[in-house]
Design a protein around this ligand. Sequence first.
Ligand code: CP
Length: 330
Amino acid sequence: MLARNSRERRRMADNRSVTDWRHRHLLGIKELTREDIETVFGVADRFMEVLRSPVRYVPALRDFTVATLFFEPSTRTRMSFELAAKRLSAEVISFSPGTSSLQKGETILDTVANVLAMGVDLMVVRHASSGTPHLIAECFPQVAVVNGGDGTHEHPTQALLDTYTLRREYGTLKGLRVAIVGDILHSRVARSNILCLKKLGAEVMVCAPPALLPHTIEKWQVAYTTQINIALRWCDVVYVLRIQKERQQSAYISSMDEYSHFYAITMERLLSAGKPFKVMHPGPMNRGIEIDSRVADAPHSLILQQVEHGVAVRMAVLYLIATARGHVKG
Ligand code: CP
């Protein structure tokens, strides 16, 4: 049957891409194609409309239970997934390691097996060890696993919400120049974003002190520099990373003051580059260390848009995985 009008044609195209989504887990950007990422964006567009409407809920995931298992601290990712699940009418349970039976010696896999026995359909997992969500997905294929950030490896939904924010801002990422500045060595956000930005046609440069650039950087197929002014002259968007004190097992930088002196994104540095910028940060920010408050709070900052879009993007990820697993009818 021919689609009657453009709205109906768009709906049919959207439905086709939703049913084309095959991923039963989301463990990394690495396994997504450009088309998969566009599918997430298309569904997120629909959910942005829902979130901005008077009734901010849809019944899509009734009879579906999401557990958030965060073995590392989080504000944005955890709350955003929990809100996303609730906006889709799913039930949500959460786990806090500090008050759990991990403290009595229970293993992570036993913890997961017990949570699963309660009837959970999808788990969002964050852990300090790279590969933990992958291990859970391998051991318990019956539950959907979404990586909420694993060690220094990947943070796929952060990259999806970041690139979605850029797509809403610029229309396309093709040819957009993004400089990622800071602790590249320890950053799962940088890894996922580089993969995602490149799949969408953006150009990427990373900028860090020599000790915070991976020694394999040549193989990453991105431009790189240790000079902040080179990165700022080159880019349209500066993506500022947090200095991760918790992942620096030895002194990679001699002091925070020295890091700020050479790499902090300040208004003076942006003005001296003499062109407009958009500024992003995944949060949490160390104000006064990697980013100046005047930059973070200025109109060119996309930082709170990133957070707002995170809810819609995570709704899209939950919805697509639940659909691939046969939980969404019609
Ligand atoms: N960006 C991010 O992962 O923030 P949280 O650590 O607060 O989840």
